[in-house]
Ligand binder design. Sequence first.
Ligand code: XMP
Length: 216
Amino acid sequence: MVALDVTDENKAIEISREVFQYVDAIKVGYPLVLSSHLSIVDRIKEITKKEIICDFKLADIPSTNEKIASLTLRYGDGIICHGFLGEDSIRAVQEVAKKYGEKGNYKKVIMVTEMSHRGAIQFIQPVADELAEMAKRLKVDGVVAPSTRPERLKTIKDIVGDIPVLSPGIGAQGGDLNKVLNILDEDDYIIVGRDIYESENPGRRAQYYYHILKDR
Ligand code: XMP
C-alpha cells in the first residue's frame, strides 16, 4: 500500500499513474486532501482502479466520528480510526460503513493499535495490546501496527488473528523489511510512503517492493 502524502494534486496524480500497477491499495491522508479536496480520491480511483484508504485517524466522540466517516466514505473505500477513544467511537464509524454496505458498497473500518514512531512508546504502546483485543472484538476490517518494532507487530498480529494488519515503517522510518515479511502473511499490507514518492523514480521504487512481495 503506497502512502501518497504529497501536497500537490498534480504530483499525486502523476505518482499514482507511475505506481498503481505495483500496489494493492493507495492511502491518502491530510497532506494531500487538505492541499486539494477529498474528491481527489475519485480522480485517483478513476485512474488506478485501486482501493483507496483514507488515513484520517479519526479520534473524536461518536457523533463527530460519524459525521466525518459519512463524508469520507462517500469517496474512500476505507477509513483509519484511532481506537483509544473507546469502543463507541469505533462503533459509530462501523455503523456508517454498514449503511454503505447495505447499498452494496463495502467500506473498510481500520483501527490503529500501536503507531510506528518513537513517541508511540510513551502513551499508546502501554495500551496497544488492549486496543488490539478491542479491534478483534469489534471485528474491524484491519488494524495498523508498526514495522519499526517487529516484536510488537508480531504480538499485535497474534492478538488480532485473522484480521488483516497494515504495517507502516518500512523505508524512511527504517523498519526491517525481512523481519516484517517473516511476520506478515498474504492478507496483510506493508505501507510505504516517502521511500516511494520521494524517490527519483517512484514507479521503479514501487516495482522494487512489488517484486520482493511477489517472489517471497
Ligand atoms: P512513510 O513515509 O513513513 O509513511 O513510509 C508512512 C505512512 O503511514 C502513516 N503512518 C501511520 N499510520 N499508524 C497509522 O495509522 C501508524 O503507526 C503510522 N505510522 C505511519 C504515515 O502518516 C504515512 O502516511
